[in-house]
Design a binder for this molecule. Structure first.
Ligand SMILES: C[S@@+](CC[C@H](N)C(=O)[O-])C[C@H]1O[C@@H](n2cnc3c(N)ncnc32)[C@H](O)[C@@H]1O
Length: 233
Protein backbone atom coordinates (compact mmCIF):
# COMPACT_ATOMS: atom_id res chain seq x y z
CA UNK A 1 0.00 0.00 0.00
CA UNK A 2 1.55 3.30 -1.11
CA UNK A 3 2.12 5.94 1.59
CA UNK A 4 0.17 9.20 1.65
CA UNK A 5 3.41 11.08 0.93
CA UNK A 6 3.93 8.95 -2.16
CA UNK A 7 0.40 9.41 -3.44
CA UNK A 8 0.45 13.16 -2.82
CA UNK A 9 3.75 13.54 -4.60
CA UNK A 10 2.66 11.29 -7.45
CA UNK A 11 -0.46 13.42 -7.98
CA UNK A 12 1.67 16.60 -8.07
CA UNK A 13 4.01 15.01 -10.57
CA UNK A 14 1.13 13.88 -12.75
CA UNK A 15 -0.39 17.37 -12.78
CA UNK A 16 2.97 18.90 -13.51
CA UNK A 17 3.95 16.67 -16.43
CA UNK A 18 0.44 16.29 -17.77
CA UNK A 19 -0.37 20.01 -17.81
CA UNK A 20 2.14 22.57 -16.54
CA UNK A 21 5.18 21.19 -18.32
CA UNK A 22 3.67 19.06 -21.09
CA UNK A 23 4.48 21.57 -23.85
CA UNK A 24 7.97 22.14 -22.49
CA UNK A 25 8.58 18.37 -22.52
CA UNK A 26 7.19 18.04 -26.00
CA UNK A 27 9.68 20.69 -27.20
CA UNK A 28 12.61 19.44 -25.14
CA UNK A 29 12.24 15.92 -26.53
CA UNK A 30 11.93 17.03 -30.16
CA UNK A 31 14.22 18.81 -32.61
CA UNK A 32 12.38 22.10 -32.07
CA UNK A 33 14.58 25.10 -31.29
CA UNK A 34 14.89 25.68 -27.55
CA UNK A 35 16.72 28.15 -25.31
CA UNK A 36 20.44 27.84 -24.64
CA UNK A 37 19.72 26.46 -21.17
CA UNK A 38 17.38 23.81 -22.49
CA UNK A 39 19.93 22.91 -25.16
CA UNK A 40 22.35 21.92 -22.39
CA UNK A 41 19.57 19.88 -20.79
CA UNK A 42 18.94 18.17 -24.12
CA UNK A 43 22.64 17.36 -24.48
CA UNK A 44 22.78 16.01 -20.94
CA UNK A 45 19.68 13.92 -21.49
CA UNK A 46 21.09 12.48 -24.72
CA UNK A 47 24.25 11.50 -22.84
CA UNK A 48 22.19 9.95 -20.05
CA UNK A 49 20.05 7.91 -22.43
CA UNK A 50 23.18 6.68 -24.15
CA UNK A 51 24.72 5.71 -20.79
CA UNK A 52 21.66 3.79 -19.60
CA UNK A 53 21.24 1.96 -22.89
CA UNK A 54 24.97 1.15 -23.03
CA UNK A 55 24.53 -0.87 -19.82
CA UNK A 56 22.09 -3.18 -21.61
CA UNK A 57 23.11 -5.70 -24.28
CA UNK A 58 23.68 -4.07 -27.67
CA UNK A 59 21.30 -6.56 -29.26
CA UNK A 60 18.07 -6.73 -27.28
CA UNK A 61 16.31 -9.07 -29.67
CA UNK A 62 14.18 -11.51 -27.72
CA UNK A 63 14.32 -9.37 -24.54
CA UNK A 64 11.51 -7.58 -22.82
CA UNK A 65 11.96 -4.13 -21.30
CA UNK A 66 9.78 -1.76 -19.33
CA UNK A 67 10.42 1.97 -19.60
CA UNK A 68 9.08 3.28 -16.29
CA UNK A 69 8.11 6.94 -16.55
CA UNK A 70 8.61 7.01 -20.31
CA UNK A 71 7.57 10.62 -20.94
CA UNK A 72 7.39 11.17 -24.69
CA UNK A 73 8.91 7.75 -25.37
CA UNK A 74 12.38 8.55 -26.72
CA UNK A 75 14.21 5.84 -24.79
CA UNK A 76 11.44 3.27 -25.32
CA UNK A 77 11.73 3.69 -29.08
CA UNK A 78 15.53 3.48 -29.03
CA UNK A 79 15.36 0.26 -27.00
CA UNK A 80 12.84 -1.17 -29.48
CA UNK A 81 15.13 -0.19 -32.36
CA UNK A 82 17.74 -2.39 -30.70
CA UNK A 83 15.32 -5.29 -30.78
CA UNK A 84 13.54 -5.19 -27.42
CA UNK A 85 9.85 -5.79 -26.93
CA UNK A 86 8.99 -2.68 -24.93
CA UNK A 87 6.20 -1.66 -22.59
CA UNK A 88 6.40 2.05 -21.75
CA UNK A 89 4.40 3.47 -18.84
CA UNK A 90 3.82 7.02 -17.67
CA UNK A 91 1.46 8.82 -15.29
CA UNK A 92 0.71 11.54 -17.83
CA UNK A 93 -1.97 10.75 -20.44
CA UNK A 94 -0.86 13.83 -22.41
CA UNK A 95 2.74 12.61 -22.71
CA UNK A 96 1.66 9.03 -23.43
CA UNK A 97 -0.62 10.26 -26.23
CA UNK A 98 2.25 12.28 -27.63
CA UNK A 99 4.55 9.26 -27.39
CA UNK A 100 1.99 7.12 -29.23
CA UNK A 101 1.61 9.76 -31.94
CA UNK A 102 5.38 10.14 -32.41
CA UNK A 103 5.74 6.37 -32.55
CA UNK A 104 2.96 6.12 -35.14
CA UNK A 105 4.56 8.83 -37.29
CA UNK A 106 7.89 7.05 -37.14
CA UNK A 107 6.22 4.24 -39.04
CA UNK A 108 8.77 1.57 -38.11
CA UNK A 109 7.96 -2.03 -37.43
CA UNK A 110 8.82 -2.00 -33.73
CA UNK A 111 7.25 -3.60 -30.68
CA UNK A 112 6.32 -0.79 -28.27
CA UNK A 113 3.17 -0.54 -26.16
CA UNK A 114 2.54 2.77 -24.42
CA UNK A 115 0.35 2.71 -21.31
CA UNK A 116 -0.89 5.26 -18.80
CA UNK A 117 -0.23 4.15 -15.25
CA UNK A 118 1.88 4.19 -12.12
CA UNK A 119 5.13 2.28 -12.47
CA UNK A 120 4.82 1.21 -8.83
CA UNK A 121 1.44 -0.38 -9.34
CA UNK A 122 2.09 -2.03 -12.66
CA UNK A 123 1.10 -5.62 -12.89
CA UNK A 124 2.17 -6.26 -16.42
CA UNK A 125 3.97 -9.55 -16.09
CA UNK A 126 7.67 -10.16 -16.13
CA UNK A 127 10.42 -8.21 -17.93
CA UNK A 128 14.12 -8.80 -18.46
CA UNK A 129 15.01 -5.14 -18.00
CA UNK A 130 13.60 -2.01 -16.43
CA UNK A 131 14.74 1.52 -17.21
CA UNK A 132 13.66 4.56 -15.19
CA UNK A 133 15.32 7.67 -16.55
CA UNK A 134 14.73 10.71 -14.34
CA UNK A 135 11.35 9.42 -13.26
CA UNK A 136 12.26 8.82 -9.59
CA UNK A 137 14.03 12.14 -9.01
CA UNK A 138 10.96 13.90 -7.60
CA UNK A 139 10.32 11.31 -4.86
CA UNK A 140 12.09 11.23 -1.53
CA UNK A 141 14.63 8.46 -1.23
CA UNK A 142 12.39 6.14 0.83
CA UNK A 143 9.57 6.37 -1.73
CA UNK A 144 12.03 5.98 -4.60
CA UNK A 145 13.48 2.82 -3.08
CA UNK A 146 10.01 1.39 -2.41
CA UNK A 147 9.13 1.98 -6.04
CA UNK A 148 12.29 0.19 -7.18
CA UNK A 149 11.46 -2.63 -4.79
CA UNK A 150 7.94 -2.97 -6.16
CA UNK A 151 9.21 -3.01 -9.74
CA UNK A 152 12.03 -5.43 -8.90
CA UNK A 153 9.57 -8.25 -8.29
CA UNK A 154 8.81 -8.30 -11.99
CA UNK A 155 12.33 -7.79 -13.34
CA UNK A 156 14.50 -10.80 -14.12
CA UNK A 157 17.87 -9.32 -15.08
CA UNK A 158 18.68 -5.68 -14.60
CA UNK A 159 17.26 -2.33 -13.58
CA UNK A 160 18.92 0.89 -14.69
CA UNK A 161 17.72 4.17 -13.28
CA UNK A 162 18.76 7.65 -12.31
CA UNK A 163 18.58 9.76 -9.19
CA UNK A 164 19.35 13.41 -8.51
CA UNK A 165 22.92 13.72 -7.26
CA UNK A 166 23.52 15.56 -4.04
CA UNK A 167 25.41 18.54 -5.37
CA UNK A 168 25.10 22.10 -4.20
CA UNK A 169 21.35 22.18 -3.92
CA UNK A 170 21.11 25.80 -4.86
CA UNK A 171 22.65 25.15 -8.25
CA UNK A 172 20.14 22.41 -8.91
CA UNK A 173 17.16 24.49 -7.78
CA UNK A 174 18.45 27.36 -9.86
CA UNK A 175 18.72 25.08 -12.88
CA UNK A 176 15.21 23.68 -12.59
CA UNK A 177 13.80 27.13 -11.87
CA UNK A 178 15.43 28.44 -15.02
CA UNK A 179 14.26 25.44 -17.00
CA UNK A 180 10.61 26.14 -16.35
CA UNK A 181 10.59 29.72 -15.16
CA UNK A 182 6.97 30.77 -15.54
CA UNK A 183 4.28 29.58 -13.14
CA UNK A 184 6.75 26.98 -11.94
CA UNK A 185 4.81 24.50 -9.88
CA UNK A 186 7.40 21.81 -10.43
CA UNK A 187 7.54 19.28 -7.63
CA UNK A 188 10.96 19.70 -6.05
CA UNK A 189 13.81 17.43 -7.02
CA UNK A 190 15.01 15.23 -4.14
CA UNK A 191 18.80 14.92 -4.21
CA UNK A 192 20.45 11.93 -2.58
CA UNK A 193 24.07 10.82 -2.34
CA UNK A 194 25.02 7.45 -3.86
CA UNK A 195 26.10 6.29 -0.38
CA UNK A 196 22.72 7.11 1.20
CA UNK A 197 20.85 5.51 -1.66
CA UNK A 198 23.01 2.40 -1.24
CA UNK A 199 22.21 2.25 2.48
CA UNK A 200 18.49 2.64 1.81
CA UNK A 201 18.56 -0.18 -0.74
CA UNK A 202 20.41 -2.31 1.82
CA UNK A 203 17.96 -1.43 4.61
CA UNK A 204 15.04 -2.28 2.33
CA UNK A 205 16.50 -5.79 1.99
CA UNK A 206 16.98 -5.43 -1.75
CA UNK A 207 20.63 -6.30 -1.83
CA UNK A 208 20.01 -9.95 -1.05
CA UNK A 209 18.67 -10.45 -4.54
CA UNK A 210 20.39 -7.58 -6.36
CA UNK A 211 23.88 -6.17 -6.66
CA UNK A 212 24.92 -2.68 -7.61
CA UNK A 213 27.03 -2.33 -10.72
CA UNK A 214 28.07 0.65 -12.75
CA UNK A 215 27.37 4.15 -11.57
CA UNK A 216 27.87 7.29 -13.61
CA UNK A 217 27.09 10.94 -13.17
CA UNK A 218 26.20 13.21 -16.06
CA UNK A 219 26.86 16.86 -15.46
CA UNK A 220 26.28 18.85 -18.63
CA UNK A 221 25.32 22.48 -18.27
CA UNK A 222 22.00 22.59 -16.47
CA UNK A 223 21.47 18.84 -16.54
CA UNK A 224 22.74 16.87 -13.56
CA UNK A 225 21.70 13.31 -12.98
CA UNK A 226 23.30 10.12 -11.71
CA UNK A 227 22.82 6.71 -13.32
CA UNK A 228 22.99 3.43 -11.45
CA UNK A 229 22.41 -0.21 -12.28
CA UNK A 230 21.11 -3.10 -10.20
CA UNK A 231 21.68 -6.61 -11.50
CA UNK A 232 19.90 -9.67 -10.22
CA UNK A 233 22.34 -12.00 -8.40
C1 LIG B 1 11.67 13.98 -16.02
S1 LIG B 1 10.46 13.08 -16.93
C2 LIG B 1 11.45 11.91 -17.80
C3 LIG B 1 10.72 11.20 -18.92
C4 LIG B 1 11.52 10.16 -19.68
N1 LIG B 1 11.97 9.08 -18.83
C5 LIG B 1 12.68 10.81 -20.36
O1 LIG B 1 13.79 10.73 -19.83
O2 LIG B 1 12.48 11.44 -21.42
C6 LIG B 1 9.75 12.09 -15.62
C7 LIG B 1 8.55 11.30 -16.07
O3 LIG B 1 8.28 10.32 -15.07
C8 LIG B 1 6.88 10.18 -14.98
N2 LIG B 1 6.56 9.57 -13.67
C9 LIG B 1 6.85 10.04 -12.44
N3 LIG B 1 6.40 9.20 -11.50
C10 LIG B 1 5.82 8.16 -12.14
C11 LIG B 1 5.17 6.98 -11.70
N4 LIG B 1 5.02 6.71 -10.41
N5 LIG B 1 4.69 6.13 -12.64
C12 LIG B 1 4.82 6.41 -13.96
N6 LIG B 1 5.42 7.52 -14.43
C13 LIG B 1 5.92 8.39 -13.54
C14 LIG B 1 6.37 11.59 -15.15
O4 LIG B 1 4.99 11.63 -15.51
C15 LIG B 1 7.30 12.12 -16.24
O5 LIG B 1 6.78 11.93 -17.53
Amino acid sequence: MASVSYQTRRDEIETYFDRTAADAWAALTSDAPVSRIRRTVRRGRDAMRETLLSWLPEDLTGSTLIDAGCGTGVLAIEAAQRGAEVVAVDLSPTLVNLARERFRQLDQDLDVTFLVGDMREMDLGSFDYAVAMDSLIHYDVADGVQTLQAMAEQIQRKMVFTFAPKTPLLALMHATGRLFPRGDRAPSIEPVSPARLGRQLEDAGMMQAWETGQSHRIDVGFYKSHAMELTRR
